[in-house]
Design a protein around this ligand. Structure first.
Ligand SMILES: [Zn+2]
Length: 208
């Protein structure tokens, strides 16, 4: 089944590669020496009619997962589970901020933002996004993602694995609100829940 995951895959690849390169090489001394500084326009935004005139802008989910889970394996072997997760979360955060700038900017309120996320997640084949609960003050949310690109259908391991999505959702929320959020996955397909559930809690800090 062909799915519309090319955009997600390209975002994911370039952001994760950037973090791996930076991490393995230590702190970068100057911005000018970076090889993989993320740019939407130069990567995700490439003109696919020119780049892939025959294959087009779609790929299969196997490609996305093959890339993600081989990279996770290698990161974990080199740096341990905690650092691998930290890198994935940070990459997801950069992706979420970029995704907001590209698709969600201008959302007038949290309801519109949620509707736009839902539409884009659906259109790009990322997952079926819903807001399960929202506090009146806008500092606490529960989101769910069904048929998640990262984990849906994988074995039960009692571990939440959608670390990248944690950062992704945080990037969106902080870009929208200008306030700090902590986002954690509290249920996952891999914990037997058959949906991914994320809790977002305001940290009472400003980020912009
Ligand atoms: Zn999950």
């Amino acid at each position: 089944m062909a799915v519309f995951v090319t955009d997600s895959l390209v975002i994911f690849r370039h952001i994760v590669i950037q973090f791996v390169i930076n991490w393995s090489g230590g702190a970068m001394s100057t911005e000018g020496k970076r090889k993989y500084k993320f740019s939407w326009d130069e990567t995700v935004g490439a003109d696919m009619q020119v780049a892939r005139p025959n294959l087009g802008p779609t790929t299969r989910i196997e490609n996305y997962r093959l890339f993600q889970f081989t990279l996770r394996d290698v990161l974990e072997q080199h740096y341990g589970t905690e650092t691998a997760d930290t890198l994935f979360r940070e990459a997801g955060f950069l992706a979420g901020k970029s995704f907001y700038e590209k698709f969600l900017k201008g959302s007038a309120n949290i309801g519109t933002l949620a509707n736009n996320i839902q539409q884009w997640f659906n259109d790009l084949g990322i997952g079926i996004f819903r807001v399960e609960s929202s506090s009146a003050g806008g500092d606490h949310f529960i989101f769910t993602v069904d048929e998640d690109l990262d984990c849906s259908g994988m074995p039960d391991t009692s571990e939440v694995i959608c670390i990248y999505d944690e950062g992704f959702i945080r990037g969106i929320l902080e870009s929208f609100s200008g306030k700090g959020f902590d986002v954690r996955e509290i249920d996952c397909w891999c914990t037997g829940s058959r949906t991914c559930r994320f809790e977002a809690t305001g940290t009472n800090g400003m980020v912009l």
